[in-house]
Design a protein around this ligand. Structure first.
Ligand SMILES: [Zn+2]
Length: 102
């Protein structure tokens, strides 16, 4: 199970849920669409054109913030992660990445 936010993916006609991923630094959050896998590094800037286009797939770094996407501390964000980052009010619900695919 993973949390998704109130804002939906701008690419998927508002049908794609944006799930919250905790990055490899154990605190940075990323927002990924369960329909098209577009990835955003900031909840404040989830718009067409501002998604991460050049993710370094070898090192899995988010280029804008220089944070590794994967690692021992990475995983689906918990409610505590959301509280720590001050976005718990933006959480819309909890679901499963696969089951929510249409
Ligand atoms: Zn999408």
């Amino acid at each position: 199970m993973a949390f998704y936010i109130k804002k939906n993916c701008p690419y998927c006609d508002d049908e794609g849920n944006l799930f919250v991923w905790r990055c490899g630094d154990g605190k940075s959050l990323a927002f990924s669409c369960d329909e098209c896998s577009a990835l955003w590094a900031s909840i404040e800037n989830i718009e067409i054109g501002s998604e991460l286009k050049e993710v370094d797939l070898i090192n899995n770094f988010m280029p804008s913030v220089n944070v590794p996407i994967y690692g021992p501390s990475a995983g689906w964000a918990t409610m505590q992660d959301m509280i720590n980052q001050g976005i718990s009010d933006e959480v819309a619900g909890e679901g499963d990445w696969v089951e929510t695919r249409k």
